[in-house]
Design a protein around this ligand. Structure first.
Ligand code: GAP
Length: 440
């Protein structure tokens, strides 16, 4: 398989309008990214896929959307104010700053500056939550945080969801939304950002059944990545060691992807959060967050299994995994073998040339297809170049309008992966494409 270098890949993302540096004309800002016209389509398709599989196709999970800024006591109760921190060291020579645990220990048993080899300061803990103020006064009383995870929105709404939906255990609450972390060293393109989107689900279960549900969710989530089209050989499951566990977790398994620039790295975590969060919020808010178990006639504090992933990392893994280079008639062809349901553009409409007779017909074909599929019309440059452009953005099908079309009312469908061409009457075009795209 072909894995692109980071440079090739970042260049493709920019050239084709997937991802741009945030505020680029001002020199950018580390850890923040913008999604271009194709990027937002892919991102929406990923989110839609997750929401469909986690909420819409299940009878035991409901979705919600909660605010980014919450009462700051939420973050004291959850332990984030006290412990959501990374160790940070500065180089005494070049003055660069690093996350200490990102630096390998050398043969002398010490950490040195990865840039210049200089001596590092003692590690000190740095809280990753961004702070801001609510209202006109910038004092301690008005200080709030931008959420570093969406999960707490689900925990503090546990009672609201339970009473309004009258769910029975086990059930889940899912959410997609922005999170913010003031990462010490953002990097590897959109892998580690300071603003990113998360897709998280809190699955509330009867205490004691949590180990079994944890195993089931690890399997479910791994299969979701496979169904997305990511190759099994590039995925693995890794258990956290005791030292790596978050303050709320007794067991966490990460799904990792083999990134070309960093090797196997986390793309999703599936944690057993126990009853930690509900108990903490009960204590801090003075409200009981419990469930009445009719089977035993007792109140219980549910345990929680949490599959949590970042949309941006998924975007990166999916794009990299779909990237392929092929030699076609002595020329390099770059393509994204994205599953049609993820492809930003499903069908490209390509008149053979900008001929005055072809263009009106091609535009009519475009009008015909637009209500059914995400389409793109392109008549600039040679047809060969346009096919290559569509291959490079992963468009599964191209529809070519040529001079024969004017005679026989038929067009050619070109398949991205096989490059095979099939002649289809315009009258059947929508149904043929619907069948090929299978609801994508
Ligand atoms: N509520 C659990 C939680 O926040 P996490 O392992 O810190 O767990 C979950 O984050 C997922 O969010 C990660 O697997 C990763 O995909 C994504 N993620 C975390 N930090 C990120 C960052 N700085 N930039 C992009 N994605 C990030």
């Amino acid at each position: 398989m072909t894995q692109p270098t980071m440079e090739t890949f970042v260049a493709l993302c920019k050239r084709r309008g997937f991802v741009f540096q945030s505020s680029e004309i001002y020199g950018g800002i580390g850890g923040f990214w913008d999604y271009g016209p194709l990027g937002i389509e892919l991102k929406n398709n990923i989110k839609h896929n997750w929401w469909r599989s986690m909420v819409q196709l299940r009878d035991d999970v409901v979705g919600i959307e909660t605010s980014i800024i919450m009462n700051p006591r939420v973050w004291e109760a959850s332990g984030h104010v006290a412990t959501f921190a990374d160790p940070m060291s500065d180089c005494k020579d070049c003055k660069r700053r690093f996350r200490t645990d990102d630096i390998a220990i050398n043969e002398k048993g010490e950490r040195r500056c990865p840039e210049c080899g200089g001596e590092l300061t003692e590690a000190r803990m740095f809280n990753l939550m961004f702070k801001t103020f609510v209202g006109p006064l910038e004092d301690d009383a008005s200080q709030v945080y931008l959420r570093p995870e969406t999960a707490q929105g689900m925990f503090v709404n546990f009672d609201n969801v339970l009473t309004t939906t009258r769910r029975k255990l086990p059930f889940g609450i899912a959410q997609i939304g922005r999170s913010f972390r003031n990462e010490i060293t953002p990097g590897n393109f959109i892998f580690r950002d300071r603003e990113f989107e998360m897709m998280e689900m809190e699955y509330f279960v009867v205490p004691g059944t949590d180990p079994e549900w944890h195993d089931r969710w690890i399997e479910e989530r791994f299969n979701w990545w496979l169904a997305l089209g990511v190759r099994k050989a590039n995925l693995r499951i890794r258990e956290h060691t005791k030292e790596q566990l978050s303050h709320y977790s007794t067991r966490t398994a990460d799904i990792e992807y083999d990134f070309p620039f960093a090797g196997f790295s986390e793309i999703e975590g599936i944690a057993n959060r126990t009853d930690f969060d509900l108990k903490k919020h009960s204590e801090w808010a003075g409200r009981t967050l419990q469930y009445f178990d009719e089977a035993t006639g007792q109140q219980v504090v549910p345990y929680v299994i949490e599959p949590a992933m970042g949309v941006d990392r998924c975007f990166l893994a999916v794009l990299i995994d779909s990237y392929a280079e092929e030699e076609v008639r002595g020329e390099k062809r770059v393509l994204l073998r994205l599953k049609p349901e993820l492809a930003p553009i499903k069908v490209a409409i390509l008149p053979l040339s900008r001929n005055e007779k072809l263009v009106p017909t091609a535009r009519k074909v475009w009008d015909l297809l637009r209500p059914h599929f995400m389409t793109q019309y392109d008549d600039a440059q040679s047809i060969g170049r346009r096919y290559r452009r569509q291959d490079e953005i992963g468009t599964p099908y191209g529809v070519t309008v040529d001079f024969d079309t004017l005679e026989d009312d038929a067009v050619t469908i070109r398949d991205r992966d096989s490059m095979q061409q099939t002649r289809v009457p315009i009258a059947n075009l929508v149904s043929v494409l619907l069948e090929k795209l299978d609801g994508a």
